[in-house]
Design a protein around this ligand. Structure first.
Ligand code: GAP
Length: 514
């Protein structure tokens, strides 16, 4: 079996070759952890955003959207805690001069123990065959027990150090675990230091008149500072939500895994304002709702899991991640946080404005509590691409690379090919597109043999291809080819829209959510 790292490298290369994702400023050899979306990538990304937006704003009458500016008053970030506490613990290797996140080094070590255990269990499963009792094996195998104990002890020590912000102890864990720099191979580490992740810039033209502002590290604060505006102008009653999609910026220390960890990325965040005391019920509801949104894509429930946080952020009283099985392991795609009334109270304190809700039912005024759902567009994009990518061996011995994208997310829904460039076939093919392009994204292709054209469409995940041939000119029928089964059927041109639209529209996906 091919190694997952090799598969991932191929996916990255595929994204570039087929116009999904390019390194930023490519002709200048790129810029670390910054990427551009190409002609197919932008369509897929827009479809992901539409799926999210419509599931929030269209399907919930008490959720509305906004689009706040990236630049915000600098006091916002003082109030939110980002100026003082939005830090990552950094450590440098003195030999390679490479910089790492101390917490990531330790988490990778924990993952290694987990990996050992899983490999051991898999080996035993093969050895014992049908009679294998996994639970019994995990309880009795000396090797598994030892690795599990080491992992649990490390996990506990790490959580304690993280919660206490004990940087010396984080370093000591790295030393005790004999974690080496992957570049130099040495364990010659500096102290651990805190590093603020916000980018700074200045507004104003003169040095004296300029003031320091930040590029927002999350979109959520744009929602909090608009809570009163939206609640009043929309006459919103609790519980209600505000949704937003937009860019966020973080000066990430460890830039790796392609678009998984970027310095400029996009978030889709929704803040749900609720009555104090009801927040944990809403937290549970949103966990379920968001998991259902992911699973409606049909990637298999076994590829998702919740990961409850060991260390709660300064604003949260409960938090979990939705993790997806990427080629490099289960990784966070979305965070769901119960943020209490921390943000609204802080903004009230720093702005001097009363930020409350008057409850007409009880006659009381109070600061609402907030449940947040926060998902990275780029991570979602990566999970969709990774799961969809397949190098498929065909019965005739050839291979094809196909993206099994959910049809509603695919950049192009239908490709139309004239079999040859003569006898009026190109004109007929174009007339089909002219009719259907109002309903979904169509592409015309006449270059190369039909087989090659199919392969190109498979590689960008186009769910349907239509070929116009001699018979089309006689009876107005075409062959319709399905990307996944590669089966072809002869259908009348007049029936194409009916067959395709239902499968490729977002509506069918959204209907799975209710
Ligand atoms: N408002 C809460 C918040 O920003 P977060 O867990 O820091 O929470 C939420 O981020 C989501 O944003 C993550 O689950 C991830 O999908 C995405 N994200 C965060 N940092 C990212 C980065 N450097 N590159 C790409 N996506 C990122």
């Amino acid at each position: 079996m091919e190694r997952q790292e090799d598969v991932f490298k191929k996916i990255v290369a595929h994204c570039k070759e087929y116009g999904f994702v390019f390194p930023s400023s490519d002709i200048y050899d790129g810029l670390g952890a910054v990427y551009d979306y190409g002609q197919n990538g932008v369509e897929l990304k827009n479809n992901i955003k539409q799926y999210w937006w419509q599931s929030m704003v269209l399907l919930h009458e008490n959720i509305v959207g906004i689009d706040a500016a990236i630049f915000m008053h600098p006091t916002v970030w003082k109030a939110s805690g980002h100026v003082d506490a939005f830090n990552d613990p950094l450590i440098d290797n003195k030999d390679s001069k490479k910089r790492y996140r101390a917490d990531v080094l330790i988490e990778d070590q924990i993952a290694k123990y987990a990996d050992h255990i899983e490999k051991d269990v898999e080996k035993a499963r093969k050895r014992f065959g049908d009679s294998f009792d996994e639970a019994q094996y995990r309880k009795t195998s000396a090797r598994v027990i030892e690795a599990q104990q080491k992992m649990d002890a490390l996990h506990e020590r790490y959580s304690k150090a993280l919660n206490a912000n004990d940087l010396a102890e984080l370093r000591q864990i790295i030393i005790d675990e004999e974690i080496a720099c992957p570049i130099s191979g040495t364990r010659n580490w500096t102290e651990v230091r805190q590093f603020n992740l916000m980018f700074q810039t200045e507004v104003g033209s003169t040095a004296e008149g300029a003031s320091r502002i930040y590029l927002r590290p999350e979109t959520a604060q744009g929602i909090f500072v608009n809570y009163l505006n939206v609640q009043k102008t929309g006459r919103m009653k609790l519980p209600f939500g505000i949704a937003q999609i937009g860019k966020a910026f973080r000066n990430e220390i460890v830039a790796r895994q392609f678009i998984f960890r970027m310095r400029e990325f996009e978030q889709m965040e929704m803040q749900y304002f609720v009555k104090p005391g009801t927040e944990l019920e809403w937290f549970a509801t949103w966990k379920k709702t968001r998991m259902a949104w992911h699973q409606a894509l049909g990637f298999g429930a076994e590829n998702y899991r919740f990961h409850d946080h060991d260390k709660l952020a300064h604003y949260a009283n409960a938090a979990t991640d939705i993790e997806f099985r990427m080629p490099f392991g289960f990784k966070e795609v979305e965070g769901i946080h119960s943020r209490t009334n921390f943000d609204l109270s802080q903004h009230s304190k720093y702005s001097g404005k009363k930020i409350e809700y008057f409850d007409p039912e009880t006659g009381e005024s109070y600061t609402p509590f907030v449940i947040e759902t926060s998902i990275g567009v780029d991570r979602m994009f990566l999970s969709v691409i990774c799961h969809s990518y397949e190098e498929q061996r065909l019965p005739d011995g050839q291979t094809r690379v196909v993206l099994h994208l959910p049809a509603a997310l695919a950049p192009v829904k239908l490709a139309v090919f004239p079999l040859t460039k003569k006898d009026g076939m190109p004109e007929k093919a174009r007339s089909i597109i002219e009719e259907l392009r109002f309903h979904f994204n169509c592409k015309y292709e006449e270059k190369d043999q039909i087989g090659k054209r199919y392969r190109r469409m498979d590689a960008i995940g186009c769910p349907y291809c239509v070929t116009v041939d001699q018979q089309t000119l006689e009876d107005d029928t075409v062959t319709l080819r399905d990307r996944d089964t590669m089966e072809q059927q002869r259908v009348p041109i007049s029936g194409l829209r009916g067959i395709i639209e239902d499968k490729v529209s977002l509506t069918s996906l959204l209907k799975k959510l209710i």
